[in-house]
Write a protein that binds this ligand. Structure first.
Ligand code: NCD
Length: 310
């Protein structure tokens, strides 16, 4: 068994601000190179193994595209129903076996909190957490921060509203821990009480200023960013509770038309009914740009991880 190394990317709790600074510089430089060349040579000869045991579109595909664009190869685990896990093979055996094929880096998503750490404990290859249940999604936080920095110039001093199913959302926990590394940042957790942020998340923040609100109505004027997340249906143990809370927070063009100053609207996607498509044409709607940024940030992350830079 190999210990998790400092090349693993498991949580934003432990990633210092200096890491993001280097990562975003690398992101900009790869992005520039990719304007003139479709495929680079940076990771020629390297293999990325992706293991997604929960549904994914953006995270899986942007990692695939990123790896191909920096010259590497991708081997995908495929749908979990088609693997021997369906015959009863354990998570641990599956991971150990894939690591035995000697990939240069592994990205893993699983519904169990702590599963990425468990994989990192087993694997010799560096492990990147692509989402472990409601716990964390560190690479989403990286692209969120990158997008914020691009839009506002700096993350220091930002006022960020996180709105939606904060109780079950991993993107908002990882983003909270990441924002905590910057100066004079305020986070407004906006949700009905049943969906408010988990105490474990707020308790581990030491630097940011935290406020809570039931709706965006009284805080939206103060925000630089309003980051919305969907109701995480798959994490509800009681379907009736999901039905009851469905539609409890929604944004559309007409509800925002009364405000003279509006924040940038962000969302990790997929959206369900919390962001009306009539917002998409507004210049403050940044969620598709955010998703596009993800590919470049992940290319930089793969390059740094494979080359052993921390
Ligand atoms: C998020 C996730 O998987 O946590 N999606 C993503 O990676 N962009 C958000 C979500 O599923 O709601």
């Amino acid at each position: 068994m190999s210990a998790p190394s400092d090349r693993d990317v498991l949580s934003t709790r432990t990633i210092p601000r200096s890491y993001y600074e280097k990562l975003f510089k690398e992101t900009d430089s790869l992005r520039k190179e990719l304007e003139t060349k479709n495929i680079l040579d940076s990771c020629r000869g390297s293999i990325l193994a992706t293991i997604f045991m929960e549904p994914s579109t953006r995270t899986r595909l942007s990692f695939h595209y990123a790896m191909v664009k920096i010259g590497g190869e991708v081997i995908d685990f495929g749908p979990v129903e088609a693997a021997s896990i369906a015959k009863g093979e354990t998570f641990e055996d599956t991971i150990r076996m894939i690591d035995g094929y000697a990939p240069d880096v592994i990205v893993i998503r699983n519904k169990v909190p702590g599963s990425a750490k468990l994989a990192a404990d087993i694997c010799a290859a560096p492990v990147i957490n692509g989402g472990d249940g409601s716990n964390e999604h560190p690479t989403q936080a990286m692209l969120d921060l990158y997008t914020m920095q691009k839009l506002r110039g700096t993350i220091d001093g930002a006022k960020v509203g996180l709105m939606g199913d904060l109780a079950h959302s991993r993107t908002t926990s990882s983003l909270s821990y990441a924002l905590d590394k910057f100066d004079n940042v305020s986070i407004f957790y906006i949700a009905p009480s049943e969906l408010q942020v988990r105490p474990e998340v707020v308790d581990s923040l030491s630097h940011v200023h935290v406020e809570k609100a039931e709706t965006y109505v009284n805080v939206i004027r103060d925000l630089d960013f309003l980051y919305v997340t969907r109701l995480q249906r798959e994490r509800f143990t009681e379907p009736r509770e999901y039905e009851r809370l469905k539609g409890s927070y929604q944004l559309d063009r007409s509800s925002l038309s009364k405000y003279s100053k509006l924040p940038f609207i962000m969302h990790p996607l997929p959206r369900v009914d919390e962001l009306n498509p009539d917002l998409d044409a507004l210049s403050i709607a940044k969620y598709f740009e955010q998703a596009r940024n993800g590919m470049y940030v992940r290319a930089a992350l793969l390059k740094r991880t494979i080359s052993g830079q921390s």
